[in-house]
Design a protein around this ligand. Structure first.
Ligand code: SAH
Ligand code: AVI
Length: 330
């Protein structure tokens, strides 16, 4: 990924633009189909808006996955031994984590990893109140980069947790690559408990990303506000509208920000032109069939084991096992 960014920078002659956020934004807005990476949604306001999304009547994934975790947490983590390490990728509020923590021994340590510093700080404060003896060691990082655990925890037996179907925000091939990174980081014989949203009636999907209250729209538009604040850009939020569509061939929801009229925007001293109706592609959210996701897991080097779903098979939680030896250097 770093190499890809270096190549992209060379191609665009980004020169002095060293900041990763700035270079990603300039690169994305320079593409024929303008795009922005969805990991930048999560500044303090974006993380808070995501929490609002999780409580919306239309946004079924959080409720459904939470119920699956409550029904099967003991099966999922009952075998984790004393002194184990729970590592969560894209932990956000860590609310679902509490369901697992209630089924784990008190000597387990917890490493939440997220790009959102505020989400990690709020989660840590709450967890320390609710689980006073829990050793919580947040890491502010992009989980797709090589991960190093605190030295005193590195040798512990690790269980990965990746809820929320955040894996669905990557295309299947990229998802497989990310799962390989996780497997190598967690090491031999580790397990990963991962939430994956399932294919379903497109109407339900479309409603989940076009809520009546407009919270998903605010979440999407917040990206422009963040670019203005952090990169001194001059996006007019009112000049763009939220659009979410389902592409059945690709099996994904796409979120876009659509320019309401012809306009020019300046970002880091560069000018970008938007015609009326032109969009910035801001997020994909892939929806899987159960076997299709197990195939992605196999391609990444994990062995798919158990799967838990709700009775209507709207959402799934998979158990993956990283082999004792073999692929990679784990
Ligand atoms: N796990 C929580 C939150 C899901 S929202 C849940 O299930 O409700 C996605 C989370 O992943 C956000 O907190 C976001 O900040 C984080 N995230 C997204 N991309 C990331 C990346 N590349 N590296 C680290 N964290 C990331
Ligand atoms: C974090 N991720 C899995 C969410 C999703 O459903 O793709 C982010 C989100 N985007 C719009 N609503 C929620």
């Amino acid at each position: 990924m770093r190499r890809a960014q270096t190549l992209a920078k060379a191609h665009l002659d980004l020169g002095e633009v060293e900041d990763e956020f700035a270079s990603s934004v300039i690169e994305g807005l320079s593409n024929a189909q303008k795009s922005l990476p969805c990991r930048y949604f999560y500044d303090a306001r974006g993380s808070a808006l995501f929490e609002d999304i999780t409580r919306l009547p239309e946004y079924y994934p959080t409720r459904t996955e939470t119920q699956i975790l409550m029904d099967y947490a003991d099966d999922m983590v009952g075998s984790v031994g004393d002194g184990g390490l729970l590592v969560e990728f894209g932990s956000g509020s860590s609310l679902k984590t509490e369901i697992l923590l209630d089924h784990l021994g008190s000597s387990v340590a917890y490493v939440p990893i997220d790009v959102s510093e505020t989400a990690l700080a709020d989660a840590k404060a709450r967890l320390m109140r609710r689980y006073p003896s829990l050793d919580v060691r947040p890491i502010v990082a992009d989980f797709s980069h090589a991960l190093t655990f605190p030295a005193d925890l590195a040798a512990r037996e690790k269980t990965g947790f990746f809820p929320g179907s955040t894996i669905g925000n990557l295309a299947p091939q990229e998802a497989a690559s990310l799962l390989t990174v996780f497997g190598r980081a967690l090491g031999r014989s580790s397990r990963l408990i991962i939430g994956v949203d399932l294919k379903k009636d497109p109407r339900r999907l479309i409603d989940a990303y076009n809520d009546q209250a407009g919270i998903t729209a605010a979440f999407n538009l917040n990206l422009l506000r963040r670019i203005n604040r952090e990169l001194g850009a001059n996006f007019d939020e009112q000049g763009f509208r939220h659009r979410a569509i389902y592409d059945p061939a690709k099996g994904r929801i796409e979120m876009h920000l659509v320019s309401r009229h012809d306009q020019q925007v300046s970002v880091c001293g560069r000018t970008f032109h938007f015609s009326a109706g032109e969009s910035i592609h801001t997020e994909n959210s892939y929806k899987y069939a159960l076997e299709q996701f197990r195939e992605v897991a196999r391609a990444s080097g994990w062995r798919p084991a158990r799967v838990w779903t709700d009775t209507r098979e709207q959402f799934s939680v998979h158990e993956l096992i990283w082999p004792k030896a073999g692929r990679g250097c784990a």
